[in-house]
Design a binder for this molecule. Structure first.
Ligand SMILES: [Zn+2]
Length: 238
C-alpha cells in the first residue's frame, strides 16, 4: 500500500486545492486520505506547526513515525529493513542516546518506528490538537465563507465534530455556503438543509472549476479580489 502511495500521482482535485491555496482563498484542508498526495502538490504535511494548511486526520501511509518521540520519516528509506521484518530504531532517538552516552548521562532506549496512520479502533493521537485547530478556524469564519466537502460519507465521529464546529459558525454569518461534491444520490443527513449537493465525481468538479478559477484570478481585477478575499461561490462572482 505504501509503495502504491509513493508511486501515485496527485489528482485534478489535489491540483484544484493547490490552486485555491495559491489564490489565497484556502483556509485549511482536513483530509481523511492517508496517501499523502497533498504533499505532491506542495502542502506541508510533515510540519507540526498549528498554522499548517493541510491536516491529515488519519496519518500518512508513505511515512513512519517514532513511538516515543513522534519524529516522522519517509517510509521508503526503511523499506528494505521492513521487508525482512526487522524492528527499526528511531534515528533521532538513537542520536540522543549516543549524545547522552558521550556526556556520560543516562541513555534512554530508542523508540521503534511504526506506520504513521491511524489503525482500526485506535484513538487519534492528535484529537486534542485537531479540535483546537478546527475551533480556531471556526472562529475565523466570515460572511460568504464556503465549506467544500468531498470524498466522505461523513460517518466518522471525528469528522462529524469538525463539520458541526464549522456549520454552527457559518450559520451565524451571512451568505455562507456548504458544498457537498459526491456521486451519492442523497447527501448525508448531518449536513445543513441548505447544503448545495453537486452529484458528480470530485475529479469532474475539479475539471470544471479549475479553468474558471484560473481565468478569474488572472483577470485584471485579481488583485482587488484577493484583497477583499471574496469567498462567494464561483457562480456568484460578477
Ligand atoms: Zn524517536
Amino acid at each position: 500500500m505504501a509503495r502504491l502511495a509513493i508511486q501515485a500521482e496527485p489528482t485534478k482535485f489535489h491540483h484544484l486545492l493547490a490552486i485555491l491555496d495559491n489564490c489565497g482563498i484556502l483556509q485549511r484542508i482536513y483530509s481523511q486520505n492517508i496517501d499523502g498526495l497533498e504533499a505532491k502538490v506542495g502542502f506541508e504535511i510533515f510540519s507540526k506547526e498549528k498554522n499548517r494548511r493541510c491536516i491529515l486526520l488519519h496519518g500518512n501511509v508513505a511515512t513512519v513515525q517514532c513511538k516515543k518521540c513522534a519524529t516522522p520519516y519517509m517510509l521508503e528509506n526503511f523499506l528494505p529493513l521492513l521487508q525482512v521484518g526487522k524492528p527499526i530504531d528511531c534515528p533521532a532517538c538513537v542520536d540522543r542516546k549516543s549524545n547522552a552516552k558521550a556526556l556520560a548521562k543516562r541513555a534512554k532506549a530508542p523508540g521503534l518506528l511504526r506506520p504513521n496512520i491511524l489503525l482500526f479502533n485506535e484513538p487519534c493521537p492528535m484529537a486534542y490538537e485537531i479540535a483546537d485547530i478546527s475551533s480556531s478556524d471556526a472562529n475565523l469564519v466570515h460572511n460568504n465563507h464556503v465549506l467544500l466537502i468531498s470524498g466522505t460519507s461523513l460517518k466518522i465521529p471525528g469528522i462529524k465534530s469538525i463539520l458541526n464546529c464549522f456549520t454552527k459558525a457559518m450559520s451565524k454569518r451571512i451568505n455562507c455556503t456548504t458544498i457537498y461534491v459526491d456521486n451519492a444520490p442523497q447527501k448525508p443527513p448531518i449536513l445543513p438543509p441548505n447544503t448545495l449537493h453537486l452529484q458528480m465525481d470530485c475529479q469532474l468538479f475539479a475539471e470544471l472549476t479549475t479553468p474558471r478559477i484560473k481565468s478569474h484570478f488572472s483577470a485584471k481585477e485579481a488583485r482587488y479580489i484577493l484583497e477583499r478575499r471574496d469567498f462567494r461561490p464561483l457562480w456568484d462572482w460578477s
